[in-house]
Write a protein that binds this ligand. Structure first.
Ligand code: DQQ
Length: 513
């Protein structure tokens, strides 16, 4: 018998007023020419076509810029046709976006087969600059290039010019696989006043964050040792390197004075699905990143997100003194569906990211601007649910909602024992311990986008386990019954987190549907 009772506080706030109001409203006109079904109202996406990685965001002169991998020709993956460009959108509030012409397109020998991911940096407070990977040919040989705004007094920085000395970095490193050499980070200044960037690379079968130095951001020299390297994982894409102060919700600009006690984070993307990170220190003497903990098995590295979230990139938002991160969420239906609906891919909601007070885990929360989209509220307090109970939230006429639920556990005595081997494949554990399999504590959670007879639904649920030192909570987001249609990608995403139930009995869930 599942005797734990749960207290819900549910605030359901439809996020959109319907057709004609566009949050992230790049172009209302475009909504009428591409498939509307399932198109989101509050995630970032351009009016039409394919997008993937966020390439770099920045806050410059009162404007947020978002650059992204974009196919100007359709909603298929342009990496097959070698013509991906840098899409460009701007916003004053991270909510409403104006879609601009692409910032960078493949039109020089050093990027003729594609303008791949990179980053934006603001030099000396007022000179934005882009560094990006150029594809030389269909064998995917890669180099790094620079682009600068043509006219800095244009508030939107619409046009970008490529540097005359491109490529500024060539793959001339012993043991380097030149088709695995990409995605330069935002630059930061070292104690010697020189700029630095890191580039992801495969070196003699190792994954490495190669380190480069420059006086002017145009001429680069490789530092002999990498910023960090490891033989425990595949090539690292879309590196991100930033500083964080434990326990402070605020962000840091890597090129400003870093306060004592700050930590550094190296984020790597790998296997086309996983954004993992390491917390450590940036040893100024050795000019190297030193992780606090080295885990040989990369499956155990902490992740930025345990769901559909890849190629993430963060930036320092000087307007609010925070660090913001977002990523690409790919489609889970087929490429022919993407072509039919006229768009593919969205960016996750931008999130503020900071480090917990123990300096162990990154914490995130959707940027507060998103709350301005909340409208009608439905509020249920102090509901008591027993095993098998299902409480339906009525009165919602939108597919999009911002939901907050607090689950309060009255007892945790029945928690089943935790098996550490589950950490190696949490998705498998989520599949095996699905929402219909009852355990000591859980599953309890939330069923979303359910059809009337529940034939289609998505489960977000928790289970509590007792480990040797503490309690471990499993959170699953199970898409396996989200559609009756065959041939879709419907995984059961999952992650574990440690929870101190002696101190806290409440698990809070925020869901942006
Ligand atoms: N996508 C880009 C690459 C990057 C990959 C190409 C990650 O630069 O490594 O579109 O999704």
């Amino acid at each position: 018998m599942f005797s734990t009772s749960i207290v819900f506080q549910i605030l359901v706030r439809p996020c959109s007023n319907g057709e004609g109001v566009f949050f992230y409203p790049q172009s209302p006109k475009a909504r009428s020419i591409v498939g509307k079904r399932y198109r989101t109202d509050y995630h970032f996406q351009p009016p039409k076509n394919w997008i993937n990685d966020p390439c770099g965001s920045m806050y410059y002169n009162g404007v947020y810029h978002e650059f992204y991998q974009y196919n100007p020709n359709g909603s298929y993956n342009p990496n097959i046709s070698y013509n991906i460009v840098w899409g460009h959108s701007v916003s004053m509030d991270l909510i409403n976006w104006i879609n601009l012409e692409p910032a960078i397109e493949p039109d020089t020998p050093s990027d003729i087969s594609g303008c791949w991911t990179g980053s934006a940096t603001i030099l000396s407070g007022d000179q934005p600059i882009i560094i990006y990977t150029g594809l030389l040919d269909i064998q995917k040989h890669q180099v790094q290039n620079i682009a600068l705004p043509k006219n800095r007094s244009d508030p939107y920085l619409r046009e970008w010019t490529k540097a005359h000395n491109n490529p500024v970095i060539q793959p001339v490193v012993p043991g380097l696989n030149s088709s695995q050499f990409r995605d330069p980070t935002t630059g930061w200044i070292g104690p010697d006043g020189l700029w630095r960037i890191a580039v992801g690379a495969e070196l003699n079968g190792y994954s490495a964050a190669l380190l480069y130095k420059s006086e002017d951001f145009l001429n680069w020299t490789r530092v002999e040792h990498p910023l960090y390297s490891s033989n425990s994982s595949n090539m690292w894409e879309c590196l991100d390197f930033f500083a964080v102060l434990p326990g402070s919700g605020g962000g840091l600009d890597l090129s400003s004075a870093i306060p004592n006690g700050a930590k550094h984070v190296l984020k790597v993307s790998m296997n086309c699905t996983d954004d993992m990170y390491m917390i450590g220190v940036y040893d100024l003497k050795r000019d190297a990143f030193v992780p606090d903990t080295v885990l040989d098995d990369s499956r155990l590295w902490p992740r930025i997100d345990y769901g559909n979230f890849y190629a993430s990139k963060s930036f320092f938002d000087s307007k609010h003194g925070r660090r913001i991160i977002w990523a690409w969420s790919s489609e889970t239906d087929s490429s022919s569906d993407d072509v039919a609906k006229g768009w593919a891919g969205i960016h996750s909601i931008p999130r503020t990211i900071w480090l917990d007070s123990h300096g162990k885990q990154l914490l995130q929360w959707p940027v507060e601007e998103i709350e301005s989209l909340r409208t009608n509220e439905i509020n249920h307090q102090a509901l008591e649910l027993k095993k098998g109970d299902l409480f339906e939230i009525k009165g919602i006429e939108t597919l999009q909602a911002d939901v907050e639920i607090d689950f309060e556990l009255t007892s945790i005595n029945d928690a089943d024992p935790f098996d550490p081997s589950w950490l190696f494949d949490t998705e498998k554990h989520c599949r095996e311990a699905g929402a219909s399999v009852h355990g000591g504590i859980g599953p309890f959670g939330f069923v979303i986008l359910a059809s009337d007879n529940m034939e289609e639904h998505t489960d977000v649920h928790f289970r509590v386990y007792k480990s040797q030192q503490n309690y471990m909570v499993l959170m699953c987001s199970d898409l396996r019954r989200s559609s009756l249609r065959p041939g879709l990608y419907t995984p059961a995403y999952g992650g574990f987190f440690e929870f101190d139930f002696e101190k806290e009995r409440k698990i809070s869930l925020r869901t942006l549907i």
